[in-house]
Ligand binder design. Structure first.
Ligand code: TYD
Length: 207
């Protein structure tokens, strides 16, 4: 927990349709079966306020959203989630699994969306108070596979098109190389194989 020693904070990341929400749920179930208190949260959302802001962020009718306005809405959700849910849970010794965190913002709003990474890092530090995960698992899938796993109704971010989502995938791979907490997992393999990799890596870092 950034400057405060080791914490059981794990983040699952990856492009839309990478399977991370399923893997986060499976990991949470396994930890619970071992008797660990485990809290699974998702971003944007995870609090009453965050879920309301999530509706705005994903609403297809919001066609003119300014890139910096969008950034601050994602960060507002995160600030609330960290203060209301994540820090108290870590403080009482629970494992916290978050479906997305800062890396999503760096990739979607930064590398794919065009905002400077340094600005996002600075604003992100203010939103989170410097909280950082012990482990970030990046499920890697090609954009086409990810988007094809999500046929039908697309939200405002999924609608940004395949080129945007290619940049998202490349962004994850390049930022994961610089992030000492990040491990990349091939998410295109069968679910049970991905589940095994997630478990091995997560189990190795938990207190
Ligand atoms: P969600 O339905 O949770 O997508 P997924 O199930 O793939 O996680 O919607 C979240 C969308 O918001 C997703 O397209 C990624 C995007 N996003 C950002 O652009 N920036 C962020 O900081 C976060 C947390 C999510």
């Amino acid at each position: 927990m950034s400057g405060q020693g080791k914490s059981d904070f794990i983040v699952l990341e990856g492009p839309d349709g990478s399977g991370k929400s399923t893997q986060a749920r499976l990991l949470a179930e396994k930890l619970a079966a071992q008797g660990r208190e485990c809290l699974l949260v998702r971003e944007p959302g995870g609090t009453a306020l965050g879920e309301r802001v999530r509706e705005i962020l994903l609403d297809k009718a919001e066609t003119g959203m300014d890139a910096r306005g969008e950034l601050f809405l994602f960060l507002a959700c995160r600030a609330q989630l960290v203060a209301e849910v994540i820090r108290p849970a870590l403080a009482r010794g629970a494992v916290v699994l978050s479906d997305r965190f800062m890396l999503s913002t760096l990739v979607y709003q930064g590398i794919a969306g065009g905002l400077p990474l340094a600005e996002i890092r600075e604003a992100g530090r203010i939103a989170t108070g410097g909280l950082a995960p012990e482990l970030t698992l990046v499920l890697d899938v090609p954009a086409e596979i990810g988007l094809s796993r999500r046929p039908g109704a697309q939200d405002r971010i999924e609608m940004k098109g395949v080129e945007f989502h290619r940049r998202v995938r490349e962004g994850y791979l390049s930022l994961a190389r610089e992030d000492s907490s990040a491990r990349v997992i091939d998410g295109a393999r069968p679910l049970a194989e991905v589940e095994k990799s997630v478990w091995e890596l997560a189990h190795a870092v938990l207190c």
